[in-house]
Design a protein around this ligand. Structure first.
Ligand SMILES: Cc1ncc(C[n+]2csc(CCOP(=O)(O)OP(=O)(O)O)c2C)c(N)n1
Ligand SMILES: [Mg+2]
Length: 323
């Protein structure tokens, strides 16, 4: 068993636990907002994959790296340091947000920075990351791109095409496949004909598969692969197995689901911290702060006016496509 104290200081672990708790509290607030009728459309929450997201982001450099994500990307935007109130406002379709509330939960597109954006087309964010990797390579700035996607998306033609092209062109691109065992209600066993990491190796890249609930394992594998990519300029693949803590979307009836009782990775990390001597009072304070910050972000976002559909027209005209 990997000992996370080998790769992370106790302060690092505690800070990461605080970030993970905040991400979880933020998602709970998204769920409440949806229940209250404040979120248009469905929302896909990221509960269970926080340690993968934060473990990979630890390795990245905000000045030169770029990240894309799927329909399930609130946690990526938070991990990249995007303002929680702006994300909340975008999710609720308000102005004063990332794209005036017109993108919504599945299309979080901050203006610049580490997180390039999320995409509601399954797998669509992966070739976009290849473009960012190509840009970094052309600039020669040592930057890399990272594409987060699900195991369902891994079966998409555009994703496999990107894996091949990344090897052929020598792109500094990390493919992060978050395997939560489900693509909507289709089990992973029914969507992939062969294990994903060996498949990635067959494309010609280095690949590792880890338990995404094991922070030390995620951190070690991500650190190794990112450092390899920065050194040799070649793509790599990281598969992280996680439990999908909730439904495919918030409020889904998961009658199809037979995978039994799940171990929550945040409870697991908490137990490790207790074992390492962090006091219950300290952990409790972190958890309360996470909850308060999440509520404050949504309270701030709720003050923003609703989106303005006429801005769609403005954008189309500015792009030259509107007479
Ligand atoms: C091209 C395309 N096909 C189908 C859908 C409908 N859809 C949305 S999410 C999803 C499942 C994706 O599964 P996975 O990639 O494993 O991601 P997860 O939801 O598990 O995070 C599907 C089929 C879509 N949005 N885009
Ligand atoms: Mg999945």
């Amino acid at each position: 068993m990997f000992d996370i104290r080998q790769s992370m200081t106790p302060d690092d672990q505690l800070a990461l636990y605080a970030s993970a708790r905040f991400a979880r509290a933020f998602e709970a607030a998204v769920g409440r907002a949806r229940d209250d009728g404040l979120v248009p459309g469905v929302v896909h929450l990221n509960g269970g994959q926080e340690l993968v997201e934060l473990g990979v982001f630890r390795q990245l450099d905000g000045a030169r790296d770029r990240v894309t994500g799927s329909h399930r990307s609130h946690g990526l935007a938070l991990a990249a340091g995007v303002s929680p109130a702006m994300i909340a406002a975008e999710i609720m379709g308000r102005t004063g947000s990332l794209s005036g509330g017109l993108g919504g939960t599945q299309h979080l597109v901050p203006a610049g920075g580490l997180f390039m954006g999320s995409n509601g087309i399954v797998g669509g964010q992966v070739p976009l990351a290849a473009g960012a990797a190509f840009a970094a390579k052309s600039k020669g700035n040592g930057g890399i791109a990272v594409a987060f996607f699900g195991e369902g998306a891994a079966q998409q033609g555009g994703v496999m095409e990107t894996m091949n092209l990344a090897v052929v062109l020598g792109l500094p691109l990390l493919f992060v496949c978050v395997n939560n065992g489900w693509a909507q209600s289709t089990g992973a066993d029914a969507s992939a004909g062969a294990p994903l990491a060996p498949r990635a190796r067959a494309f010609g890249m280095q690949a590792e598969s880890v338990d995404g609930g094991d922070l030390g394992a995620v951190d070690a594998a991500a650190r190794h692969l990112v450092s390899q990519i920065r050194t040799n300029g070649q793509p790599a693949f990281l598969e992280a197995h996680v439990s999908r803590v909730g439904g495919h979307y918030h409020g889904e009836d998961q009658g199809y689901r037979k995978d039994g009782k799940l171990t929550d990775p945040l409870d697991r990390l908490r137990a490790t911290l207790v074992e390492a001597g962090v006091t219950a009072a300290n952990l409790h304070r972190i958890e309360e702060e996470a909850e308060a910050r999440a509520r404050a972000a949504f309270a701030e976002a709720a003050l923003e006016p609703a989106d303005d559909p006429s801005t769609l027209v403005l954008w189309a005209r500015d792009l030259g496509g509107f007479a």
